[in-house]
Structure formats: C-alpha cells, structure tokens
Design a protein around this ligand. Structure first.
Ligand SMILES: C[S@@+](CC[C@H](N)C(=O)[O-])C[C@H]1O[C@@H](n2cnc3c(N)ncnc32)[C@H](O)[C@@H]1O
Length: 220
C-alpha cells in the first residue's frame, strides 16, 4: 500500500469495535505484558505511544503505585475512551492521555524513564521518526520496549467479540472492509528493525520475532 494512503490512527467509526476487542484481551495480553514490564521497572515516568483505549497503562498502574504514565494517541475518540477508562479505574491522578503523533512528540529531551508501545509500529508512516523521537525523550539509561502484535485478534475470543458489537460497529466494519480501508497487516522482521535503528544511538537489548509479532527492547 502506498505510504500516503495509509491510515495511521484507528478511524473514529472503528474505535468502538477496537475498544471492545482490546477489552477482551486484558487478561490474556495486557495484564501479562504489564507484569513483564513490572519485572524490570518499578518506578518513574513512562510514555505509552499509540495507547489506544489505555488498557496496558491501566494494568501497569493497578499493580504499582510508584509509576506515572502518559498515553499518547492519534485518535481523539480513543483518547476520550482511555480517559474514561482511567477514571473508572480510579487512576486519573497518575495516568493522563493526550492527542499526539509518535513522529513529532511535544516532550523535552530526556523526560521519560521508559517508553513503551504495543500494536502501533506496523501502522506507522514514519517508523524511523518514531525510533528517533523515542530516543530523544528517553533519559540516558532509559529503555524502550516496543511490542507489535499486529493482530490483537490473536488474544481474543472472536465469537464473544462479535456478540459484543453494536449494529453501528458492524456497519462501520463492513463499510471499511468493502471500501478496502481495513489496512493490510505488515510486520517488520529483526533485520528491518536493525536497519531503522541505524539512525539512532540505541543499544539493542533484544529483538524477538514470531509470526506477525515482534518484541523490541532498546536502551539509550
Ligand atoms: C492497534 S492500536 C494499539 C493500541 C494499544 N497500544 C493496544 O495495544 O491496545 C494502535 C494505536 O496507535 C495509534 N496510532 C497510530 N499511529 C500513531 C501515531 N503516529 N502516533 C500516535 N498514535 C498512533 C492508533 O490510533 C491506535 O490507537
């Protein structure tokens, strides 16, 4: 697909069905990733890029009181949902969400102890810019963990998800599919990621790839 045709953000009409899918992945995916992160990080300020409905930062903060997180996303609809989710979880004092683009972050150099991102890399028009921006906003010694499970559907019961969809959700999904606007899923392999990283000074801690999923751990 040509770069300019790519829709990076989750389009507004699909935000509700996406949120319902990710809600079903909390126990099977987000809580496990949260525990993995907390096995290495117990305090500080984190940035969650492409935060979506915010379920990963919520799962992290439910398990640790010494962390603050800012979630950034290009979808205003999802930012609104994420704020509601943080409020319902009673975490709004340590968890905030804002509109923003991973290729042009508003933050200063060295602001964050850790940067994380799940499920966003495959949709980016400018993935190299994202790596450069993450490098810039991380503190020296800070780490970035970028997980890209390109299909959250791996982790959910599709029948339950379908049953949870409203008529409007179904209509929007059908319409986007019919118009060919559901983007094809592309993932990067470790060699392609290493190539993108040559424009930064990141130390590569590890890059693990499985089918349709990659886990990248970097250190500034
Ligand atoms: C597949 S979702 C993953 C959401 C969440 N991290 C999760 O794991 O459920 C990808 C998210 O990245 C956001 N996104 C895409 N491109 C972005 C960009 N350039 N900057 C910030 N967010 C972006 C989308 O709007 C969407 O919410």
């Amino acid at each position: 697909m040509k770069n300019w045709l790519k829709i990076e953000r989750i389009p507004g009409p699909l935000a509700s069905s996406y949120e319902k899918a990710t809600r079903l992945a909390i126990d099977l995916y987000y809580s496990k990733v949260a525990e993995e992160i907390l096995s290495s990080f117990r305090q500080g300020l984190m940035l969650d890029l492409g935060t979506g409905p915010g379920y990963l930062p919520i799962e992290i903060l439910k398990r640790s009181s010494n962390i603050k997180i800012i979630g950034v996303d290009l979808s205003r609809r999802l930012i609104h949902m994420a704020r509601e989710n943080a409020r319902s979880a009673g975490l709004s004092d340590r968890l905030s969400f804002e509109f923003g683009n991973s290729s042009r972050l508003r933050f200063d150099e060295g602001e964050f102890d850790m940067v994380l991102s799940t499920g966003m890399l495959h949709s980016l028009k400018q993935p190299v810019k994202m790596f450069q921006e993450i490098y810039r906003v991380l503190k020296n010694g800070g780490e970035a963990w970028i997980y890209d499970p390109a299909r959250v559907a791996f982790y959910i019961d599709r029948d339950r998800w379908k049953a949870s969809l409203s008529l409007r959700d179904r209509f929007s999904l059908k319409l986007f599919r019919a118009l060919g606007l559901l983007r094809p899923i592309k993932t990067y392999n470790p060699e392609q990621v290493r190539e993108m990283l040559t424009s930064t000074d990141f130390e590569v801690l590890s890059i693990e790839a499985q089918k349709d999923e990659i886990k990248i751990k970097l250190k500034k």
